[in-house]
Design a binder for this molecule. Structure first.
Ligand code: Z5A
Length: 212
């Protein structure tokens, strides 16, 4: 595919998304393709303010699940219109660290908000901008959490990182269920392998699907 397209990366905390996005950008850049790397929540000035509110604001401990869902969607709506759509129009490959499936899984499956409003709000936020491919990096919750805690060197966990292991297991199951229901959009890779091995598997899938 010569035009622009969107690849989202999903997985639980510490699954290795950021690591794999950087490795993929190196490979794509070596072929001459231009990339835009971004993340959710965040990516735009408005989105980064929402990110701070969701993760670090001391008043956010009182946040109810419905407010949380709407804030993630608000950050995404801005990101699509301000960055993702223009980049794709310019022929870039957008690599997004989390996108609408995070809302389906974290707020829908793990926080147990019913599926209809989650789908409706997701659709309202992104319009027609559904990923062309979603890579799920699958790791058991305890591995991801251990990696994330080692990386933060025992620093304070943010609000979203303070959930129980059961919560992150529900997240993992939610992703796997989603991938089974939409196999044409998802590629699931075992994230317990070495980073270079995972990167090679993702690259093979991208070449197969997009012919880059
Ligand atoms: N959230 C939500 O609820 N609803 C939504 O709609 C959206 C998000 C969009 C965002 O957190 C939080 O918001 C997240 C979901 C929720 N909450 N939780 N919990 P974030 O953006 O701050 O963080 P994250 O997206 O969860 O990812 P992360 O913790 O930054 O991890 P990562 O990017 O997946 O992993 P990494 O940084 O590449 O790697 C983590 C460490 O493991 C690092 O030290 C690496 O060197 C190491 N690593 C990476 N790969 C490997 C392998 N293969 N082996 C060994 N070690 C590895």
């Amino acid at each position: 595919m010569k035009g622009g397209f969107l690849i989202s990366f999903e997985g639980s905390e510490g699954s290795g998304k950021t690591t794999q996005i950087a490795l993929l950008e190196d490979r794509l850049s070596a072929t001459g393709r231009k990339c835009l790397l971004t993340r959710e929540p965040g990516g735009t000035p408005i989105g980064e303010k929402i990110r701070h509110l969701l993760k670090f604001d001391e008043d956010a401990t009182a946040m109810c699940p419905e407010t949380e869902l709407l804030l993630f969607a608000a950050s995404r709506a801005q990101l699509v219109r301000e960055l993702i759509d223009p980049a794709i129009s310019e022929g870039k490959i957008v690599l997004c660290d989390r996108y609408l499936d995070s809302t389906t899984v974290y707020q829908g499956v793990a926080r147990q908000i019913s599926a209809d409003p989650v789908q409706m709000i997701n659709h309202f936020a992104v319009g027609n901008r559904v990923p062309d491919l979603t890579v799920i990096i699958d790791v058991p919750a305890n591995i991801g959490l251990t990696r994330a805690r080692q990386r933060s060197n025992g620093g304070d966990a943010d609000r979203m990182e303070q959930e129980s292991i059961d919560f992150y297991e529900r997240v993992r199951e939610g992703y796997l269920l989603l991938a089974r229901s939409l196999p044409e959009r998802f590629f699931v890779v075992d994230g317990a392998q070495e980073p270079d091995v995972i990167s090679e598997l993702i690259w093979a899938e991208i070449k197969r699907r997009f012919g880059v």
